[in-house]
Design a protein around this ligand. Structure first.
Ligand SMILES: Cc1cc2nc3c(=O)[nH]c(=O)nc-3n(C[C@H](O)[C@H](O)[C@H](O)COP(=O)(O)OP(=O)(O)OC[C@H]3O[C@@H](n4cnc5c(N)ncnc54)[C@H](O)[C@@H]3O)c2cc1C
Length: 429
């Protein structure tokens, strides 16, 4: 009899797990995803800043699993988990049973109870989020062109909360859009009033990186016109301003939230033990203590590194954990015994802007800047894309364009009314 594996979430972890199981005739996989498609989060801020269209980073599951007939996929939101059965309950009240559950529902923004943040800040965690940020930026430029007085009231002040990779990459990309691209679109009014401010409670940007990287990233951001307000937190966000912990306020109509993430709501609804960030605690074999048939992976889980610390929320961690969980599921069928997850660390990287990437590679964290760091960034992202059966040629064509034509944007992408055209066809979806 086939072993039924129910995978919740078609992100990096869920797809990698299902793909690895797809080659084995003893297993039947059902992938449940509330969006019904994979969204490639590392390129979200390119959508938010009008470099890519939403559909460029969306991969239809029918294409992702097109060559895997033993994988069924459904668009369905899981609202509860019964780890004893094991089974999951869907939003329509129906239940899906399995022999093994793989929970990989990702993360959601964590506003840390900042008043007004959930209502007025713009998170960047899904394609819809990215679409909203892009539309908002374009709308604000449109409004400022109509009535330049709005600029003095913060109409073109963009605040990014969070100095981690998401905040830094977003601030850098926004700076290029605002200072290099938009002036060619709106020559009629004084662009000098546009401002980008990055706020973070910490004293450095990109805290997981080395001291040299902190300095490099800060300098690159400042060179691009991003003002850094470090050692300060956002205490309240309203429709037209953000209040800061030093008592000052910044008038603004767009606050992008890169201030932190926590586990997706499913973690809380699973009844499973949770730790830091509300994430599900897992054992070294990636299952939950007491539930050997329930795996939790990727951003939904606190996955222990070899030294016992939790691994960071990265696409490569999620992808490798997905494949490892599949190996352990197959090891149970083979009777060969599960193994403890070992993360092959390829390093950490961030793109601050064109010609200003930074990468720390390997166990010794060898540091790369500029062109070679960009090449490393491309390699890691190409590998993440490859798992989706995406076609690589178009990705590299986009990357080349991005690198050599700094001020280029498709006119359609700068028009708020034509969100989804034109589209780069990356083959996979
Ligand atoms: C802006 C941004 C930039 C990033 N850049 C990088 C980068 O450059 N490099 C890198 O390695 N990592 C990057 N990351 C982190 C990386 O994207 C995540 O670590 C990774 O996506 C986690 O994979 P996952 O499979 O755990 O979850 P996700 O990829 O988030 O997938 C979760 C899936 O679960 C589905 N889902 C959620 N809840 C339910 C439910 N209740 N029922 C059914 N389905 C559900 C969602 O629709 C989604 O498809 C970035 C993240 C962000 C937000």
């Amino acid at each position: 009899m086939e072993t039924r594996v129910v995978v919740v979430g078609a992100g990096f972890a869920g797809v990698a797990c299902a793909k690895k199981l797809a080659n084995d005739p003893r297993v039947r996989v059902t992938v449940l995803d509330k969006a019904g498609y994979h969204q490639f989060q590392p390129l979200l801020y390119q959508v938010a800043t009008a470099e890519l269209t939403p559909s460029d980073i969306v991969f239809d599951l029918a294409d992702v699993f097109g060559k895997n007939p033993t994988v069924d996929h459904r668009t369905a939101e899981v609202v509860a988990v019964d780890p004893h059965a094991p089974s999951v309950t869907l939003a329509d009240g129906s239940t899906v049973d399995g022999d093994v559950l793989v929970l990989a529902a990702g993360a959601q923004p964590n506003f840390f109870h900042t008043p007004g943040a959930d209502r007025y800040a713009y998170p960047l965690y899904s394609v819809d989020d990215a679409r909203r940020v892009r539309s908002r930026v374009l709308q604000l430029f449109h409004d400022a062109a109509d009535d330049p007085r709005t600029v003095a009231e913060g109409g073109l002040t963009f605040v990014v909360v969070g100095g981690g990779p998401t905040g830094v990459e977003t601030a850098g990309a926004l700076a290029e859009l605002v200072y290099d691209v938009m002036p060619h679109r709106h020559e009629a009014f004084a662009i000098a009033g546009a401002r980008i401010v990055l706020v973070d409670l910490g004293q450095v940007v990109l805290p997981p990186f080395s001291d040299a990287a902190h300095t490099y990233a800060a300098k690159q951001l400042q060179r691009r016109g991003v003002q850094l307000r470090l050692g300060i937190s956002a205490t309240e966000i309203t429709e037209d301003r953000v209040a800061l912990s030093d008592g000052t306020t910044i008038p603004t109509r767009l606050v992008v939230w890169g201030g932190g993430v926590q586990a997706a709501p499913l973690a809380e609804n699973s009844g499973l033990p949770r730790g830091r960030g509300g994430r599900i605690e897992v054992r070294p074999d990636l299952t939950v203590e007491g539930f050997p048939s329930v795996y939790a992976l990727g951003d939904l889980a606190n996955t222990p590194a070899d030294n016992g610390d939790a691994l960071p929320g990265l696409g490569s961690v999620a992808q490798q954990a997905g494949a490892w969980a599949a190996r352990n599921i197959l090891a149970d069928l083979d009777g060969t015994g599960r193994t403890s997850f070992h993360y092959h660390d390829k390093g950490i990287m961030a793109m601050i802007g064109r010609k200003a990437a930074i990468a720390e590679i390997g166990d010794k964290r060898h540091e790369l800047h500029g062109r070679v760091a960009f090449a490393a960034w491309l390699g890691v992202h190409a590998q993440l894309l490859a798992n989706l059966d995406a076609e690589m040629k178009a990705f590299f064509t986009w990357a080349e364009e991005f690198y050599v034509r700094p001020h280029h944007r498709s006119a359609a992408l700068l028009d708020p009314s034509t969100i989804d055209t034109p589209r780069i066809d990356w083959g996979g979806g």
